[in-house]
Design a protein around this ligand. Structure first.
Ligand code: ATP
Ligand code: ATP
Ligand code: MG
Ligand code: MG
Ligand code: MG
Ligand code: MG
Ligand code: MG
Length: 270
């Protein structure tokens, strides 16, 4: 029975500790696939970028944004996704464990749920896991720098992986030979190797691979037909009604420079 009466066991609740996120800070939850090096091998992901896997990640993030409250932006690349809760959010009284566990479990169940839409010919062989963490950023610059850090990471890894897999797949090198060739090389040298040896201009590689994915909200005007009956008329009349609805949009743009924030001042607005 769940009435007002308290059992003698109730005191154990006092062992729970508060984990309230400091007010007025941006709350970032980042999830990352557990041992996706192995997961991507076992599921025959195309190297270095399996587009199906990236689109599945984006679909999961879209589901997280739609199911949970107060997420104003998400950024994803590789097997990770970051979710930004608005600094004014009071969802679950800002409990860190609620933010983190709802994001990570919604994301993980979505990954399995939507798998077959993106991998119709490949069964999912075992249940994947994701880790999660919460980080608070006390001002806009810190938050923007956090997102820049993740996008810079995407760029560095993708440039490396593009050369590495070109050397292996097209250049006939073994993985350890490719690794040796790349050791100590700077970005300009990697670009040059791609261009001179494989005729690849890195800047022409798909923007999804180079920049990752940004999810934000966009207002769309939805027009639908509705039957109404006016008090003075016998017949039902069909009228058009329009209403504003928010839906997520996927972008693959630079978020390191100021342009993105200038074009979308509403994202961080109060
Ligand atoms: P950890 O549990 O520590 O996160 P991990 O094996 O997942 O270990 P990460 O640093 O997260 O290590 O790297 C993710 C790995 O998943 C990369 O090695 C990359 O090869 C692979 N991967 C992720 N997404 C894709 C993709 N879309 N296409 C190909 N490979 C991918
Ligand atoms: P919250 O998101 O706050 O947890 P909730 O709806 O999940 O909301 P709970 O207090 O966790 O609320 O209660 C779980 C509910 O799920 C119960 O009301 C119960 O009706 C239903 N439920 C869970 N397991 C079963 C089950 N095996 N059979 C029938 N109903 C179940
Ligand atoms: Mg319950
Ligand atoms: Mg890791
Ligand atoms: Mg991982
Ligand atoms: Mg990762
Ligand atoms: Mg419940």
């Amino acid at each position: 029975c769940r009435g007002m009466a308290k059992s003698k066991f109730e005191y154990v609740r006092e062992f729970e500790v508060l984990d309230t996120c400091l007010r007025n800070c941006w709350v970032v939850v980042r999830v990352d696939g557990r041992n996706f090096h192995r997961f991507s091998d076992q599921h025959h992901f195309v190297k270095p970028n399996d587009i199906r896997a990236l689109q599945l990640m984006n679909r999961c993030a879209e589901n997280v944004m739609n199911e949970l409250e107060d997420i104003c932006l998400a950024y994803g690349q590789s097997d990770e996704y970051s979710f930004v809760f608005h600094k004014k959010s009071n969802w679950y009284k800002r409990r860190a464990s609620k933010f983190m566990t709802h994001v990570v479990s919604q994301f993980a169940s979505s990954y399995v749920f939507f798998w077959k839409e993106f991998f119709p010919d490949q069964a999912i062989l075992y249940p994947p896991g994701f880790d999660g963490r919460v980080v608070l950023y006390p001002n806009e610059q810190n938050l923007k720098d956090y997102l820049s850090w993740r996008q810079a990471d995407c760029h560095i890894n993708n440039l490396y992986n593009t050369v590495f897999w070109s050397l292996v797949q097209k250049g006939g090198l073994t993985p350890s030979e490719a690794q040796k060739r790349l050791r100590g090389s700077v970005a300009a040298e990697k670009n040059e190797m791609l261009f001179s040896e494989f005729n690849i201009n890195y800047n022409n590689e798909p923007v999804l691979y180079r920049k990752g994915s940004v999810l934000i909200w966009q207002k769309v005007n939805e027009v639908s037909k509705k039957k109404i009956k006016l008090p003075n008329e016998d017949e039902e009349k069909e009228v058009e009604v329009s209403r504003w609805r928010s839906e997520t949009v996927q972008l693959h743009c630079d978020i390191i420079g100021n342009e993105f924030w200038e074009e979308h001042p509403d994202i961080l607005a109060e």
